[in-house]
Ligand binder design. Structure first.
Ligand SMILES: CC(C)(COP(=O)(O)OP(=O)(O)OC[C@H]1O[C@@H](n2cnc3c(N)ncnc32)[C@H](O)[C@@H]1OP(=O)(O)O)[C@@H](O)C(=O)NCCC(=O)NCCS
Length: 184
C-alpha cells in the first residue's frame, strides 16, 4: 500500500499540549533537512518557541512525517500595523517526499489560517522552493519589502535568491510591507 492509500491525519498542537516525544520526533524530522544535531535542534526549539505558536503535523501510523510551525506576527503594510501568521520550518520526511504530502500539510495550515482573525499569512523561502509554494496556491510578493530584526539588529531587504510568499485571498497585505522577526 502506498502513502497515498494510507491514513494520514493532520494534527494541531500548541506548546501547552505537545508531548516531549513529539518535540523529539519533529526535531529528528527537521534534522533531515537542516542537519545540525538533535541536541542543537532541541536547544533551538527551546529558544525559538513562543507560547502562542501552533505546530501542524501530518501523522501516519503514529509517526510524524511532516511538520510546519505557525507564528503570530505583526507586519506593517503601508504604515499600518496588521496581524498575520508566519509559516516556518516546512518539511516532509525524506522517505515520503514528492507524493503530495507537502501540499496536504500546507492545506492543513491554510485551513487554520483562514479561521484565525487576520486570515493572512506569509513565509520566506529560497527561489528554488517558490514553485512548491506556488503549487500550493501561495503568491510571491513582488512589491517593496523590508525585514526588521526583532532583536534590534536593523533592517534589511530580501536577498536575490530569497522570496516572500503569501496566503492573502483578500489582498490585505497589498502595499509596501515591513516584516518583523529573526526566524523565518
Ligand atoms: C519542499 C517540501 C516540503 C515539498 O514537500 P513534498 O511532499 O515533496 O511536496 P508535494 O509532493 O506536495 O509537491 C507539491 C507540488 O510542489 C512541487 N514541488 C515540490 N517540491 C518542489 C521543489 N523543491 N521545487 C519545485 N517544485 C516542487 C511538486 O512538483 C508538486 O507540484 P504539482 O502539484 O504541480 O505536481 C519537501 O521537499 C521538503 O521537506 N524539503 C526540504 C525542506 C525544505 O526545503 N522546506 C522548505 C523550507 S522554505
Amino acid at each position: 500500500m502506498g502513502v497515498a492509500d494510507d491514513i494520514i491525519t493532520p494534527c494541531f498542537r500548541t506548546p501547552h499540549d505537545i508531548a516531549q516525544a513529539e518535540i523529539h520526533a519533529i526535531c529528528a524530522l527537521k534534522n533531515q533537512s537542516w542537519p545540525h544535531s538533535i541536541e542543537s535542534q532541541l536547544a533551538w526549539w527551546e529558544k525559538n518557541t513562543a507560547g502562542d505558536d501552533v505546530f501542524v503535523t501530518l501523522v501516519r501510523e503514529r509517526e510524524i512525517i511532516a511538520f510546519l510551525r505557525l507564528r503570530n506576527r505583526i507586519v506593517v503594510v503601508s504604515g499600518i500595523r496588521k496581524e498575520a501568521l508566519c509559516v516556518t520550518e516546512v518539511c516532509v520526511d525524506k522517505a515520503h517526499r514528492g507524493r503530495g504530502l507537502g501540499s496536504r500539510l500546507m492545506g492543513a495550515a491554510v485551513d487554520h489560517i483562514a479561521n484565525t482573525g487576520s486570515g493572512v499569512a506569509y513565509l520566506l523561502c529560497r527561489d528554488a522552493q517558490e514553485p512548491f509554494y506556488a503549487a500550493c496556491g501561495w503568491r510571491r510578493v513582488d512589491r517593496p519589502l523590508q525585514i526588521e530584526s526583532a532583536s534590534g539588529r536593523g533592517r534589511r531587504v530580501l536577498a536575490d535568491d530569497e522570496r516572500c510568499m503569501t496566503f492573502d485571498p483578500q489582498n490585505r497585505l497589498g502595499g509596501q510591507i515591513i516584516l518583523f522577526g529573526d526566524v523565518f
